[in-house]
Design a protein around this ligand. Structure first.
Ligand code: AMP
Ligand code: GLY
Length: 420
């Protein structure tokens, strides 16, 4: 098969790494890709949010299967355009991508399917929103309805912070994303993410992970796209995972089908777990980044068969070949991230690191310049290892970090601390 992956981050590098190990992959193109991806696949410049351009590219290159990495092309309907053109694609329609693009849509789906989630109310005006916050009291959670680059959620421990968030959102701080606001009950518990392939009807879990959203050690400082991850998440026991599948994921998929917007792709469910009960925090309609990197490290080449089965509606017959292993990834980011940072600093030492089925440095924001790898983004490298225990994976990943010579970068030295 000729395969096209859309995206340019560490997530897409890990997808490419897994897919190209599968003997069914004859040719792999990643658009636009990055310096690390260019070492294992062809990279092509392409406007991946332009459905027409993606369809033309797929036709010109005799692509048999497209895998969409990020959410923006999904929300823009790129998977719909490909399906209309008869190109097999892994990724939901724009209608089904509403599960990520609109928080109030997801709340409705939970109401109609009975999936457990936080109590909530929706508002389009500040005065009634503030009255509701005063009535409920803190802690309370205020969310901009639309996509806000991960910044649209305010977990307010004090009532005043929630009231200020209302002023910010209706004041336009999140543009159109804040025109509607969801106010939610604060859920206590431990968070974990569950990744489930869906073919519109059938579902298949491909594992759990835990992210590290804050930039600083001990989960302090501003939020980021994620500074590290590990899989599996110990808090998501087999029993709790089974409950999440039965009580949350399956009802969601059934409700989406009933509404005429069947979900095909990966559902990334953010769960809050308390006393054995999982409740939904949010959905994403794509793999997490860097969670994907640890899932790919554990699943390897079979991923391509699983994604293909999801796209063709054959998940009822698909099985995951599980190894009893653990993976951990450490994000190396440019000094200053998630604030402003410089690009173009030289990264050395990558050639001396092991690259095999247990150790990989996935590239996120990198490019080649004068024969050297230089930084080209905020999150730059995902140093990833697999082991028999989380401790093994962690030790190996930090050993690799020690071999990378990049004065312009930093990383958290406590990835995995909650689990260990
Ligand atoms: P989201 O952007 O929806 O992932 O939210 C960002 C983070 O806010 C989540 O990962 C949770 O840590 C937290 N959060 C969101 N909703 C709630 C809630 N209802 N109760 C407690 N924490 C929440
Ligand atoms: N790492 C969080 C995300 O991909 O949304």
């Amino acid at each position: 098969m000729n395969i096209l992956i859309l995206g340019s981050g560490g997530r897409e590098h890990s997808l490419a790494w897994a897919v190209m190990q599968n003997p069914k992959c004859d040719r792999l193109i990643v658009a636009p890709g990055n310096a690390g991806i260019a070492q294992i696949a062809d990279c092509a410049a392409l406007d991946i949010e332009n459905g027409g351009a993606v369809v033309s590219f797929a036709e010109e290159n005799a692509i048999d299967f497209v895998i969409v990495g990020p959410e923006a092309p999904l929300a823009a309907g790129v998977a719909d355009r490909l399906r209309e053109a008869g190109v097999l694609v892994f990724g939901p329609s724009a209608a089904a991508a509403q599960l990520e693009a609109s928080k109030s849509f997801t709340k409705e789906i939970c109401d109609d399917s009975g999936a457990p989630t936080a109590e909530y109310a929706r508002f389009t005006e500040a005065a009634p929103a503030k009255a509701y916050i005063r009535e409920q009291g803190a802690p309370i959670v205020v969310k901009a309805d639309g996509l806000a680059a991960g910044k649209g959620v305010i977990v307010a421990m004090e009532e005043q912070d929630a009231l200020d968030a209302i002023d910010d959102m209706f004041g336009g701080a999140f543009g159109g994303a804040g025109a509607e606001v969801v106010i939610e009950e604060f859920m206590e518990g431990e968070e974990a993410s569950l990744f489930v392939l869906c073919d519109g009807e059938n579902i298949l879990s491909i594992g759990s992970a835990q992210d590290h959203k804050r930039v600083g050690e001990g989960d302090t400082g501003p939020n980021t796209g994620g500074m590290g991850a590990y899989s599996p998440a110990p808090v998501l026991s087999a029993e709790i995972e089974a409950r999440a599948m039965d009580e949350i994921i399956l009802p969601t998929v059934a409700e989406m089908k009933r509404r005429g917007a069947p979900f095909q792709g990966v559902l990334y469910a953010g769960l809050m777990i308390k006393e054995g009960q999982p409740r939904l925090v949010e959905y994403n309609v794509r793999f997490g980044d860097p969670e994907c990197q640890v899932l790919m490290m554990r699943l390897g080449a079979q991923v391509m068969d699983l994604l293909h089965a999801a796209a063709e509606g054959r998940l009822d017959k698909a099985r995951v070949n599980w190894a009893d292993d653990h993976a951990l990834t450490i994000v190396m980011a440019a000094e200053g991230y998630p604030g402003s940072y410089e690009k173009g600093s030289v990264i050395k030492g990558l050639d001396n690191l092991p690259e095999d089925s247990k150790n990989m440095v996935f590239h996120a924001g990198t490019k080649q310049s004068d024969g050297q790898v230089v930084s080209a983004g905020g999150r730059v490298l995902n140093v990833t290892a697999r082991g028999d225990s989380l401790q093994d994976a962690r030790d190996q990943a930090y050993a690799m970090v020690g071999g990378i010579d990049w004065p312009g970068g930093f990383f958290r030295s406590d990835i995995g601390w909650r689990a260990l």
